[in-house]
Design a binder for this molecule. Sequence first.
Ligand code: SF4
Length: 291
Amino acid sequence: MSDRQEHDPVTYDKLELQSDCERCFGLCCVALPFAASADFAIDKDGGTPCPQLQTDFRCSIHNELRQQGMRGCTVYDCFGAGQAVSQITYGGRDWREYPHTAHEMFNVLPIMRQLHELLWYLHEALAMPAARSVHSELKEALAWTKSLTLLSPESLLQLDVDSHRAGVNELLLRTSEFVRDAARRNQSGGHTRQKIGGRGADLIGAKLKGADLRFANLRGAYLIAADLRNADLRSADLIGADFRDTDVRGANLTDCLFLTQAQLNAARGDASTVLPPGLSYPSHWIHNDER
Ligand code: SF4
């Protein structure tokens, strides 16, 4: 850990929002169900350990998930909820040694994941200078959400997480509008752009090669298998957008809002895609290791 991280509580907290499978009891590999499909080679019920999960909670095919037909595992991100449930909520007591906790622990995971995802977005929002007029509200929401992650398992299971999420989402939406308005005002040229997108837009398979999508509101948009090659997505809001098989080769994602590593992992890109800081190139973009 660098000196800056040690003395910067915000940075340190954000590190806790990165999944750390070494400190998790393989919770996503047990708690979550999946169905045989293009994303998973097998069916599995929720609460049943995946056959690839070893006794040390490691995955036996971790380095070849895509080649083994388990692409869905590479696009799931718990935002650090797995290690939080394992090490904080349950104090390091795992479901194998304490089987009476298993069912409850598996139900707590998706609630914790939602809280951690909100924490990640709130950290992102706080890093946006153009949103400074809502920074105090963002900090309050961050502290409140963080406090919820420390609740007991019983309290977490009773939490109205949908209601909390709705409140935070309203704040994130206002943040997005401030930031995109500021970016739009600062744009050079000022030419008229085609209006594309909108919240929850159905853009499945859309042909948007080279499109100017700067400042677009693509919140929750369905971009599955869309062609976004060489598209300009600078300062576009991509929160919750479905990027499965979206072709972003050559696209410019600089300064886009709320894009996660899991979204990138689900997309198709290459070294010519321009990423925002803090996100990395998925290995399958570079090595083309799909089956
Ligand atoms: S294949 Fe590996 S990562 Fe995927 S669910 Fe099974 S154990 Fe977990």
